[in-house]
Design a protein around this ligand. Structure first.
Ligand SMILES: Nc1ncnc2c1ncn2[C@@H]1O[C@H](COP(=O)(O)OP(=O)(O)OP(=O)(O)O)[C@@H](O)[C@H]1O
Ligand SMILES: [Mg+2]
Length: 341
């Protein structure tokens, strides 16, 4: 049984008289002890999909899914209270913006220990001892003193580390970490990621890491999901995604790295063209307007999802590199794809 499995997740927001489809039929699976990295451009639905799974969406969002299971528990059917209990004790969350998720009126110590005590995992003294130990582990010196401070007294980097410690407080089985290291310099980023790795090995926990940074992904991911316009367009092992990318979008992302490689601070470079608006229906492939290889079929109908040895991509390009609408004269397009992008 997977630690997390999500099938056909959809999230919509009312925008004036219209509806914005932020997440469009997203599937996700995560095993214990595994790191799944989610990559994609700004606005592609990375944060909203993880917030949707953890039931933390804004009140105006409409969330639907055919299935969402955490460790065998059907989390679509859980009450607000049951889900809150699960989130507090077994699912940790590191939010993209620590300043909006830390309570400015509460000391760091109170924020760290509140959940632990509330979920009856130990006494207040035990909670404080654990908080100090975790703050030290995430590289915050003078941890005991920090417990008495308030979020505005901490730098952005320190706040991110507090969020990481907070997510670990209740010893969760699953952590969603949304850009957890973006405010940190590279050395600290690597330290924190290594810490995640260490804790993951010890505790065999599942980690969903959302990041713009392909350097981070190449360092830490077991599996990668590439999201475009609210859909997973390609997923597979890190080796499959970096070594044998199939979707033209993934190829473009990787090719846009300096020298075709991922650099140390490899934020996703820009790809010409714009992401489609998410209000009007997208009848065909969402990447069609930016794809050098798009044919007529790509515009009219949703592309198939290929599954080749658990490597999946949503594109007409078949596992052998051919595509059905290219006509009998056309041969494999794998090299052509690489050259074009
Ligand atoms: N409360 C909201 N109301 C309406 N639309 C929203 C709301 N929150 C998010 N969206 C839209 O949902 C889409 C997905 O947003 P999301 O925050 O998941 O993107 P992201 O991939 O996390 O981007 P980034 O890399 O910038 O964090 C975007 O088009 C965004 O504008
Ligand atoms: Mg985001």
């Amino acid at each position: 049984m997977s630690l997390l499995s999500v099938r056909n997740l959809n999230v919509r927001f009312p925008v004036g008289d219209e509806t914005l489809h932020a997440v469009r039929g997203l599937d996700m699976r995560l095993e214990r002890g595994e790191t799944l990295c989610i990559v994609g451009e700004s606005g592609s639905g990375k944060s909203i999909s993880s917030l949707a799974i953890a039931d933390l969406l804004p009140a105006n969002a409409d969330r639907r899914a055919d299935e969402m299971r955490f460790d065998g528990i059907d989390i679509v059917g859980l009450s607000v209270r049951e889900m809150a209990r699960l989130r507090g004790s077994r699912i940790g969350f590191v939010f993209q913006d620590p300043m909006t998720s830390l309570n400015p009126a509460w000391s760091i110590g109170n924020q760290l220990t509140e959940g632990f005590v509330h979920h009856r995992l130990g006494s207040r003294a035990e909670a404080r001892a654990r908080a100090v130990a975790l703050l030290e582990r995430v590289g915050i010196p003078n941890a005991r003193h920090r417990l008495g401070q308030y979020p505005h007294q901490l730098s952005g980097g320190l706040r991110q580390r507090v969020m990481v410690a907070m997510a670990l407080m209740c010893d969760p089985d699953l952590i969603f970490a949304d850009e957890p290291t973006s405010a940190l310099d590279v050395t600290i980023q690597i330290q924190l990621l290594e810490l995640f790795r260490e804790i993951q090995r010890e505790r065999h926990l599942g980690l969903v890491l959302i990041t713009h940074d392909l350097g981070v992904v190449s360092r830490i991911a077991d599996r990668v999901a590439v999201i475009y316009a609210g859909q997973v367009v390609e997923s597979g092992t890190a080796r499959q995604i970096f070594g044998d990318p199939r979707h033209p979008y993934t190829r473009a992302l990787l090719a846009s790295m300096p020298g075709g490689k991922v650099d140390a601070r490899g934020h996703l470079a820009t790809i010409p063209g714009v992401v489609p608006g998410l209000i009007d229906p997208i009848p065909g492939c969402a990447f069609v307007d930016r794809c050098a290889l798009a044919g007529a079929a790509c515009r009219s109908a949703p592309p198939p999802m290929h599954d080749h040895r658990a490597h999946q991509w949503r594109c007409v390009i078949a596992p052998d590199g051919t595509r059905p609408d290219a006509g009998p004269a056309a041969g494999p397009v794998a090299e052509e794809t690489a050259d074009a992008l």
